[in-house]
Write a protein that binds this ligand. Structure first.
Ligand SMILES: [Zn+2]
Length: 71
């Protein structure tokens, strides 16, 4: 199985959907989940709102690929 995780986001600068580089999970003021990363082409910040399901999938992939500190 491939462990490569891709979090597509829309780059405003490239005006295209790109795979986020270094995606990080964030929470908006309204409590909505979102992923924040950078565009691999122009290094512009790329944000994407995600559902809880998508976030869980992202988390699972993230935990599986590299060990991080437990909470
Ligand atoms: Zn870009």
């Amino acid at each position: 199985m491939s462990t490569t995780q891709q979090c597509p986001g829309y780059c405003m600068r490239c005006k295209a959907s790109v795979p986020m580089s270094n995606p990080q999970q964030k929470l908006t003021v309204k409590g909505q989940n979102m992923l924040s990363g950078t565009c691999p082409h122009c290094a512009t910040k790329v944000n994407r709102f995600v559902s809880a399901e998508q976030l869980n999938a992202f988390r699972a992939a993230s935990v599986g690929s590299k060990k991080y500190q437990k909470r």
